[in-house]
Design a protein around this ligand. Structure first.
Ligand code: 6PG
Length: 631
């Protein structure tokens, strides 16, 4: 039968509540104090705190009794059991069917109670030593005793009767809902919470639970206290709220209900520096924070996203098994989820995933645009070309682009009705900022960000189009050459992205594993492709810039002629190709042993005496010339 152990400091009401609970559960009640040997009782009466050696025999006797009660009629035991090691000792023989109930109250409340008590051998002065000794149990029901006895028993019964959920999810937007259904489909018990905003977000969680009640049993809340207490300890909570201040606000409102060892996982597209800060702040409170990038959109979240968690490894070990269950699977059926590294590493890697995504999207858009309006191919033909290319490239973005080119709305191509002004939520720009901060070139990704910004200037563009003559020169170009240019640009884009990862890893001491990152990106995420699959192997052995790797160098060498021809032809034809051309420029710049920067250095020194290094002197020696003096 079950044994219930009511714990807490002296004076918190263990005996009273224990007895009431025993009555309610129809079980015998035991008071651990009754099992003390006379010498311990004497010590306590005289105001001496017990030492561990005094407790040893007493705890052993209790452990044996607990085992017997377990085997027989069960029982409720009131026992302070303030330290983890005492609790371990109590259950050292029998670990089965034991329910810990921790009664919680502040120091002042108990002190006042103890002062008013009579005929009890515990001296109020011992209370501070009790609070010092107390290590709050993590796996106990947490019961606030600052209320009536009746309410306390009600709360204990409610918590005992409710099976606890393994994990809680806050924020039932598209991604939050899909992730919840994914968790439930893997038999993981979830509780969900969505805020209550009058007139806007009302009963969201309850309605969501209701909607899926035919398939799953789970609980929905719009009060945080109820939500948190529905979770097992340590509480594991995933936040799926908008990146930015909303994340801080939710964390703040959760704090009163969390205890040491609980874990918050932020699954939104948060900035990595926010994740670094949040981890630090929460660490001081004993709460773990995992900044976790999740890619795959609505469908990915539902069927298996790519998951990039960063934070304390200790916390990942507890949440990781759940995340790995819901993640997409790689070719070897391993989860597309791995521990990325400490603090902001997870969100940095997700940010770069999006950076690469921005440039890949723009590349496809540029090529589509030229095929359609430069080469006058119709959307169906372009869809066919993309589908054909994708037999080799296996790119999710190319696949959806082909589908987009076939989507009709009342006999007309939907694409043609979509305004040509791209929006962005920030991750591409953040990647660019990070690159500038770390001094890493990010040509393709920043070009994609700028392309979105220019696209947004629709009115200016329209006006400029009426002013400027856009007549251009056309010349023949093979579709196959465009494929070669696209492949080369894509390699360069990935090389640029991974270069930033490598620099960030060194700066922040994240010790990133690039092969593992590529593996996590092979399924579930937006940039999955045959190239990413290849990078899993490449990065097993290769540690420096991707363009310095033999196989990649060979590919770029063989595609160079087409790449150059495609970029120049399209530009001459008057079509902007910012990402395609910046990839080509990067390629030319990166592979040039001699650059034009000596002229820049000379100019800097000329007007600002900024000094320069010389080719005929060792690096690190700086020179200045008086440029106007010919002697
Ligand atoms: C993903 C996506 C996802 C989202 C981005 C892009 O990996 O699932 O990248 O995170 O689509 O937020 O957003 P913007 O294009 O709006 O910046």
């Amino acid at each position: 039968m079950a044994v219930y152990i009511v714990t807490g400091v002296s004076g918190v009401g263990k005996t009273t509540i224990g007895k009431l609970l025993a009555q309610r559960l129809n079980l015998p009640f035991y008071d651990a104090d009754d099992f003390h040997p006379p010498e311990n009782v004497e010590k306590m009466k005289n105001g001496f705190p017990l030492k561990d050696k005094d407790r040893k025999g007493w705890l052993d006797v209790l452990a044996e009794n607990i085992q017997n009660w377990n085997k027989e009629d069960g029982g409720v035991l009131a026992c302070s059991a303030l330290k983890e090691k005492y609790r371990k000792q109590l259950t050292s023989i029998s670990e089965r069917d034991i329910n810990w109930i921790f009664l919680r109250a502040g120091f002042e409340v108990i002190l006042n109670r103890l002062k008013s008590r009579k005929n009890h051998y515990f001296k109020p002065e011992l209370l501070s030593s009790q609070f010092k000794t107390l290590e709050e149990p993590k796996n106990a029901l947490q019961i606030d005793v600052n209320t009536s006895e009746e309410n306390i028993i009600k709360e204990i019964m409610a918590q005992l009767e409710t099976p606890k959920a393994e994990i809680g999810l806050i924020g039932l937007g598209v991604m939050g809902k899909s992730l919840t259904l994914n968790l439930l489909s893997k038999y993981i018990q979830v509780s969900v919470f969505n805020r209550h905003v009058p007139g806007k977000e009302e009963n969201v969680a309850k309605e969501f639970v209701q909607e899926h009640s035919g398939s799953y049993t789970f609980k929905g809340f719009d009060d945080l206290k109820g939500f948190v207490s529905s979770l097992k300890r340590p509480k594991k909570i995933i936040l799926m709220v908008n990146a930015g201040p909303a994340v801080d606000a939710v964390i703040e409102s959760l704090l009163p209900f969390l205890r040491q060892g609980d874990i918050i996982t932020d699954g939104g597209n948060s900035h990595y520096k926010d994740s670094i800060r949040r981890e630090q702040v929460l660490k001081e409170k004993g709460i773990h924070f995992i900044g976790c990038g999740i890619s795959g959109g609505e469908e990915g979240a539902l069927k298996g996203p790519s998951i990039m968690p960063g934070g304390p490894l200790k916390a990942y070990k507890q949440v990781g098994p759940i995340l790995e269950k819901i993640a997409g699977k790689d070719v070897n059926k391993n989860a597309c989820c791995t521990y990325i590294g400490p603090d902001g590493a997870g969100h940095f890697v997700k940010m770069l995933h999006n950076g690469i995504e921005y440039a890949e999207m723009q590349l496809i858009a540029e090529i589509y645009h030229f095929l359609r309006f430069g080469m006058e191919k119709n959307p169906e033909e372009i869809a066919k070309i993309f589908t054909e290319w994708n037999k080799e490239l296996q790119s999710y973005l190319l696949e959806i682009s082909a589908e987009i080119l076939l989507k009709k709305e009342v006999d007309e191509l939907l694409l043609d009705k979509i305004l040509d002004a791209a929006k962005q939520k920030g991750t591409g720009g953040w990647s660019t900022n990070a690159a500038l901060e770390l001094g890493v070139p990010l040509d393709t990704i920043s070009a994609a960000v700028m392309a979105r910004i220019i696209s947004g200037k629709k009115e200016d563009r329209k006006q400029a189009a009426s002013i400027y003559d856009r007549s251009s020169q056309t010349s023949e170009i093979e579709v196959n050459s465009i494929l070669k240019a696209y492949k080369a640009a894509s390699i360069i884009n990935h090389a640029i992205g991974f270069d930033l990862l490598q620099n960030a890893s060194e700066t922040y001491n994240w010790n990133l594993n690039y092969s593992e990152i590529a593996r996590v990106w092979t399924n579930g995420c937006i940039i999955r492709s045959a190239l990413i699959e290849e990078l899993v192997e490449t990065y097993k052995n290769h540690k420096t810039h991707l363009l310095l790797e033999n196989a990649m160098a060979k590919k770029l060498q063989s595609g160079k002629k087409d790449f150059s021809k495609v970029v120049t032809t399209i530009l001459k034809a008057g079509f902007p190709v910012p990402v395609l051309s910046s990839a080509f420029n990067y390629y030319l710049g990166f592979t040039a042993a001699q650059s034009s920067a000596n002229m820049v250095q000379a100019q800097r020194d000329y007007f600002g005496a900024h000094t320069y290094e010389r080719t005929d002197r060792p690096r690190g020696e700086f020179f200045h010339t008086n440029w106007k003096n010919n002697n």
